[in-house]
Ligand binder design. Structure first.
Ligand SMILES: CC(C)(COP(=O)(O)OP(=O)(O)OC[C@H]1O[C@@H](n2cnc3c(N)ncnc32)[C@H](O)[C@@H]1OP(=O)(O)O)[C@@H](O)C(=O)NCCC(=O)NCCS
Length: 199
């Protein structure tokens, strides 16, 4: 069997460009296998290279949130997930996602968090997820997205995605980034591009 086939069966990215399917789903409507795939494959993990700027592995808020959701101790009634699925790949699971949770602010606000599988990074997928998240947020009546970048890469991502950085992280304090949603953004094409030379 050719090596390329083995890599594809094992979940490596297929030749690019790839069409993606993005799905916006209420948390409670996600099937159990999808939730488990998100928890196991698409949450921060030091072994996957999810490190703070000082090289220390990051803990995973997503993982804790999913655990709490599965234990029934988190109120998930207003949570949404936007998941990205590759077309034309033998890998059947989601490759990236965004979690949206309401946050109490003077403007109706959703807190975003993103995770793209390491093999799928730097292809514009999280940017697509953020576009879809902003469209969904607008549809649901939210006026603002907020996020907390925690390392140089995530800070660069949120800046590029159009968030203003209100304060940056450091000294044990998390950062705050925000994006106002005045009108529904146009949908970006659901395709991922060739990877950039970023890591
Ligand atoms: C941050 C993260 C979500 C980015 O996902 P991604 O799918 O690789 O991001 P994209 O390819 O859509 O990048 C969009 C923009 O972000 C910036 N960016 C992304 N990765 C970058 C990197 N490693 N270095 C510098 N800039 C980067 C680029 O400006 C890029 O713009 P471009 O499309 O014009 O090149 C991904 O690295 C990840 O999952 N990291 C671990 C979890 C995390 O930190 N989540 C964010 C905080 S909740």
């Amino acid at each position: 069997m050719a090596l390329a086939s083995i890599q594809r069966v094992n979940g490596g990215p297929p030749p690019l460009p790839v069409s993606l399917r993005l799905e916006a789903t209420r948390w409670g409507d996600l099937d159990r296998s999808t939730v488990n795939a998100l928890k196991l494959n698409l949450t921060n993990n030091g072994a996957r290279g999810d490190l703070k700027d000082d090289g220390v592995p990051a803990g995973s808020l997503f993982r804790k949130l999913i655990d709490d959701a599965q234990l029934g101790i988190a109120n998930t009634s207003e949570w949404w997930a936007v998941t990205a699925w590759p077309g034309g790949s033998l890998y059947a699971g989601p490759v990236a996602w965004c979690l949206l949770r309401p946050e109490v602010r003077h403007l109706p606000t959703l807190r975003t968090g993103f995770y793209t599988g390491p093999q799928w990074r730097a292809r514009g997928i999280a940017r697509l997820l953020n576009n879809e998240a902003a469209r969904l947020a607008h549809q649901l009546g939210y006026k603002r997205l907020v996020a907390s970048p925690w390392n140089a890469r995530s800070l660069a991502f949120f800046r590029a995605a159009g968030y203003g950085i209100l304060c940056t992280y450091g000294g044990g304090m998390s950062s705050l980034a925000e994006m106002e949603i005045d009108e529904k953004p146009a949908r970006l094409p659901w395709r991922c591009r060739l990877p950039e030379a970023t890591t």
